[in-house]
Each structure stands twice: as C-alpha cells, then as structure tokens.
Design a protein around this ligand. Sequence first.
Ligand code: ASP
Length: 346
Amino acid sequence: MTAIEKKSILLICTGGTITMSMDPGTGALIPFPFDQLYKQLPELKRFDYTIDYIPFEPMLDSSEVGPAEWIKMAEIVYENYNRYDGFVVLHGTDTMAYAASALSFMLEHLKKPVVFTGSQLPMSMVRTDGKENLITAIEIAAAKEYGTAVVPEVCIFFESTLYRGNRTTKKNAERFNAFGSYNYAPLATAGVHIRYNRSVIQYNREQQDLKLHRYLDTNIIVLKIFPGISEAYVRAILQTAGLRAVVLESFGAGNAPAYPWLMNAIESSSKSGIVFVNITQCNTGSVDMGRYKTSVHLLNAGVISGYDMTTEAAVTKLMFLLGHHSEPETVRSEFGRSYCGEMSLD
Ligand code: ASP
C-alpha cells in the first residue's frame, strides 16, 4: 500500500487586518507576531496538511502594498512552487483586488491555487471573519481531483465566495462581504459544502512550466471623466513625465463628452505613443465603443476598449504589458487579448 502524501500549503502573510490584534495600551490595531497564528487559530492543527508560512517583514497595511510587494509575492510562489500544493496569501482588503489581478498576469501557466484572503475584523476579535476566511481558503488551496488542483487560478476567497482575482473589486468597507465580481460568476461558494463551479474555472491544459514575469512599468494614470471636467486638469495630467498609458474611466458603455479640446488632447497624446484604454465607471456591463456617438470620437482619437474589465485589472495589465513591450502598438494589440480570463470578449 502506498502512503497517501500529506498535502502542503504555504501561507504568505503580507499583513492587513487579518494579521492584526488590538494593542491593549492604545486600542490601535497592530500586527501580531505571526508565529502566534496557531494560538489565535488552534483549528489549523486539525488540518491534516503541512502548513508553512512566510511573513513579510514588516507586515503591511495593504494601502502600502504595490508593485514591489507584488513582485515579492510572485517570487515566493515561483520559488516554492514545486514544494507546495497550494498557496494562501493573507492580505489587507483595501488593495487585494489589485494584488490578485497583478499576480494573475505575473504567474503564467499557473496550475496550482493562489488564494488571497483577509478579514474585516482582526483575528483576535471574537466576531472575526478571519477564521472562516482563512480556514476555507486553505481548504480550497488544498483541493485536488485526480491529482490536479480544483482551482488552478489566482483567486480571492471572502465570506463564503471564491472569485477569480482579476474580476474583483472591493465593494464594502463595513460588511463581511467585502468583494464583488460583477462581470464574472463565482468560482465556488462555501456553505455546508464547498461547491465548485467547474464550468467557469479556467483549466490550463498546456504542459509549460510556471513562468514568472517580474517586470512592471508604473508609468500609467487613471483619468476619471466627470461632468464639468476641465481642460487644464486633463492637459496637466497628460503632461505627467514618463507617461505611457492612461486608463480612461468613462461613463456607461464607454462614453465621454465630445469636447473638441478633450478629443484633441487624447488624439495628440495617443499619436505620440500614449496608450488609452476605455474602462466603464459602471460595476456591471461592458464598454461598447461605437454604440453611442459619444464614444465614436474616442475610437477615432485612438482609444481602445477595455471591454468589461475592472479598473484594478486594467491598471495591473497595463503595468505588466508596459513592463514587457516597448512599442505602443504592441501594448494596444496585446491589451485586447484575454490573458487569464480578465475580460469577456464575446
Ligand atoms: N486597511 C486594511 C488593509 O487593507 C483593511 C483590511 O485589511 O481590511 O490592510
């Protein structure tokens, strides 16, 4: 009889509320030493898994997590890839959707789960949502069928739902259901059973090994259109030194006012090599350029569609593409390709 191998999970602890406890002196939330995890969460011992952890030093509020830390997280997954069945990233909720989106582009040919989770209340509090979140995230990261991972994606597990990471947005700063995935169905829901929605999970059947992409170029801006937007503001922001791409947050199905100065500013920047991507300010639905007259002129000015992508996915996809391609035309055409299910093209 062959021994059944114990599953192994690596926890990557970056910080956030889940890794904090109340300082009895000041009442402020401070990170607790992560080797106390088993004290905070003795339930972990009941898993028949090997669970190791790598803490960030120092632990960070996710408002302070950015490209340098995404590279560090992706490198940890890459370097430990063969030793573990799955990875769980403990992360603050504020920028978790950005981090999960970034890692989905940086870890090509991923065949193991990378599950982000966190909490709205610290682990040390009686009513914490962190325990449920972490325990279920670990179970999902370890789930296998016929020897392969059930969810080989970068995802976010939060309050009973598993989402594709690059489809998520933080939607709630108060309730436990902190995330929404408005344009893509949940990958799983956890109640009495964890029910996987296999028809929407992406299975990578290619034989290639995991490839790490560590170059990110942050020379981008997000320009949110609003009624009354001024020429001075738009011109100033487009003058940003080193600027290579703009996420244009438009109205509805991708519309913006046809002010001649706005179109001239976009057209001349676009001709000089700046990539403009159109993302809707709506949570649900897609950019459909050309449907209204108020988006035809954006098309003519050289703006490309971001379809139904989130701003988080568009920002990180642009950083990833600009980090790997110097030609604006290549970035424009690559942006229109779905890399890891971040947009719906049909
Ligand atoms: N400010 C915290 C963070 O994002 C909030 C949280 O963890 O929910 O790190």
